[in-house]
Design a protein around this ligand. Structure first.
Ligand code: ADP
Length: 172
């Protein structure tokens, strides 16, 4: 929690220094999937890396990209029930590299979507709620991708699942 708040403060103060370089999202996806594997295995959630060949984006900060993927993958595992699937896809188009993390989890109601991704917003913020976290993961991820000039979009259907897509735009 403290680290999340510090990250947020550093980003807001313009003091989050990015080091841009080539990042292979196929490799990074494998690294991040390996990190959430124990949590997924504990719950019986299957993980799929659908990025089958190297997918290199120029001008990306690798540690920021790793933090984004880890946040999104952890959420996907956290909000998916046993026998569900969490997958990661990537594509390289004219606008840049898109990475999408999909789950077959609980989903988000349309009326809740606008506030999700704002700092400290959670659907169930009650003291008794089942899932840990402070409600900062999505907003930090959004700000980190925005520091790359990119976007974070959430599509979700209640009871069906959620897809969060981050776009790292091609440098001009
Ligand atoms: P945290 O996970 O710490 O609560 P986040 O900012 O990462 O904080 O997410 C905020 C809220 O958005 C979560 O509490 C949850 O209600 C909702 N959410 C995020 N990701 C998903 C997902 N993949 N499926 C369903 N709900 C999600």
């Amino acid at each position: 929690l403290v680290n999340s708040i510090l990250d947020m403060a550093r980003i807001e103060a313009g003091r989050y220094e990015l080091q841009f370089g080539d990042v292979d999202f196929a490799k990074l996806a494998n690294t991040c999937l390996a990190m959430v594997k124990p949590a997924a295995a504990n719950k019986g959630v299957r993980l799929e890396n659908l990025i089958s060949k190297p997918l290199v984006a120029p001008h990306v900060d690798e540690s920021a990209a790793k933090q984004i993927l880890l946040n999104l993958l952890s959420n996907a595992v956290k909000f998916t029930t046993p026998d569900g699937v969490v997958s990661i896809r990537g594509s390289n188009g004219e606008g840049g590299v898109d990475i999408a993390i999909s789950d077959t989890g609980i989903g988000i109601r349309p009326e809740d979507l606008p506030r999700i991704g704002q700092p400290f917003q959670q659907i169930d913020a009650s003291f008794t709620r089942q899932h840990g976290g402070a409600g900062l993961g999505l907003s930090i991820s959004r700000k980190l991708v925005e520091l790359h000039g990119g976007t974070l979009t959430i599509e979700s259907e209640l009871g069906v699942g959620t897809t969060v897509t981050v776009r790292f735009p091609s440098p001009q």
